[in-house]
Design a protein around this ligand. Structure first.
Ligand SMILES: [Zn+2]
Length: 178
């Protein structure tokens, strides 16, 4: 691992392409690593781990960023979809928009939507809703939590919206299901 010097931190902040190839930075909160010039959201310095080679970052368990492709190889569509699914599974409880999802997955929203749909036959937001409803079903089955709390815990803006989505997919209201 390499040290976060003032010069390197500066390079990350300014997306300095001159430093590309000299070091790579992994972000512990996302598990993704980038080139200094990457235009992804600026990480917090305490989440950074620096490496002198892409191999070292891979060995340390970081995945290459889709946007700046630090290994020089394109991330395949399949790998990207796996990554998007992982993000959905981790963040479904938050109010996740396509733009936020794209930022977490290091890609442009339209492109992400397109690739995801092409690979899986459904949109990323449809998958997000599916994951939320599955989690809700699980909670209805295994807990006595009020419906409104379950709705919130699964990322639905309101209990009413949750009930509508639930009924659409499962043919009955959450209350009846329980
Ligand atoms: Zn990047």
């Amino acid at each position: 691992m390499a040290n976060l010097t003032a010069q390197r931190w500066q390079a990350i902040q300014t997306n300095d392409a001159c430093q590309d190839g000299r070091f790579f930075y992994g972000v512990t909160s996302t598990g993704i690593f980038c080139r200094p010039s990457c235009h992804s959201r600026l990480p917090r310095p305490e989440h950074l781990k620096l490496f002198l080679t892409a191999e070292a970052a891979l060995t340390a368990g970081f995945r290459p960023c889709k946007r700046c492709r630090p290994t020089g190889q394109p991330v395949t569509a399949t790998e990207w979809v796996t990554e998007i699914d992982r993000i959905i599974a981790t963040h479904y409880a938050e109010s996740l928009t396509l733009a936020e999802l794209a930022q977490l997955a290091h890609g442009a929203p339209y492109y992400l939507h397109h690739v995801y749909q092409q690979q899986t036959g459904q949109t990323p937001l449809a998958t997000l809703k599916q994951v939320r409803l599955q989690q809700a079903q699980q909670l209805l089955r295994t807990t006595t939590q009020p419906i409104s709390e379950i709705a919130q815990a699964c990322g639905f803006q309101s209990a009413a919206y949750f009930s509508t989505c639930f009924k659409q997919v499962f043919g009955q209201t959450p209350r009846r299901f329980r």
